[in-house]
Design a protein around this ligand. Structure first.
Ligand code: 13P
Length: 254
């Protein structure tokens, strides 16, 4: 059985001081949740201080992005080596990166390769926009993004990754997908594409999260879906009580 997985993506929120306060507030509650992989993804400046606070706990740390090059003249970028110093996970291909910062399937693929080289676990995001959904292009978009990000990697490597289905229209809008619809996309488009590319075993082993307006009141309904293994949480990860409640909902579904 796949282990449930809950990650908090703080996006561009929290100074180092605020990050420390938030982690201090959620630490005991999160540690009390057993059987669930829990990951915090603060902005870059807070990675080091949060890493120090998580030391000796089972709570993982993730970055929200990185460049694919090892080092060099790339002003403003952060390399996989720098991320791997503190973090074990890295979110790649988030829709906000795709929409505002020119991320493409090709750059996501390069970043996945770089993450693997540095023993980082990529959390690869895919998801259609509202216009794409209304045009009936959901399947085509998801399939293209999955293929674009993951083509050519060994099945056993893909099996150990984490994917996140984040329909763009559900992110930060308070309008989550229905759990059944999210599960349908994960099963029929994401896992089915993975099965074609890497075989049924890898497709079943990959953890696939849902993201987009996951809150304490709806989390359990997503976790009850057979093909959804957890959540990538934005807004609700900025408050200790709501993120802990979501992690508890994942544990309750075990
Ligand atoms: P919200 O939970 O704020 O909708 O954000 C989801 C998300 O984009 C997580 O990566």
């Amino acid at each position: 059985m796949r282990k449930p997985f809950v990650a908090g993506n703080w996006k561009m929120h929290k100074t180092v001081e605020e990050a420390r306060l938030l982690v201090a507030e959620m630490l005991a509650g999160l540690q009390a949740v057993a059987g669930v992989e829990k990951v915090l993804c603060p902005p870059f400046p807070a990675l080091l201080p949060v890493a120090a606070m998580l030391m000796g706990t089972e709570i993982g740390l993730g970055a929200q992005n990185m460049h694919w090059e090892e080092e060099g003249a790339f002003t403003g970028e952060v390399s996989p080596r720098m991320v791997a110093e503190f973090a074990r996970y890295v979110i790649l291909g988030h829709s906000e990166r795709r929409a505002y910062f020119g991320e493409t399937d090709e750059t996501v693929h390069r970043k996945v390769a770089a993450a693997l080289k540095h023993d980082l676990v990529p959390i690869v995001c895919v998801g259609e926009t509202l216009a794409e959904r209304e045009a009936g292009a959901t399947e085509a978009v998801i399939t293209r993004q999955v293929r674009g990000a993951l083509a050519g990697f060994p099945p056993e490597t893909v099996a150990a990754m984490v994917l996140a289905y984040e329909p763009v229209w559900a992110i930060g809008t308070g309008k989550a997908a229905t759990p059944e619809e999210a599960n349908r996309v994960v099963k029929d488009h994401i896992r089915a594409t993975l099965a074609e590319m890497f075989g049924a075993e890898a497709a079943q082993a990959v953890r696939v999260l849902y993201g987009g307006s996951v809150k304490p009141h709806n989390a359990a309904d997503f976790f009850a879906q057979p093909d959804i293994d957890g959540a990538l949480v934005g807004g609700a990860s900025l408050k200790a009580a709501s993120f802990v409640a979501i992690a508890e909902a994942a544990a309750a579904g075990l």
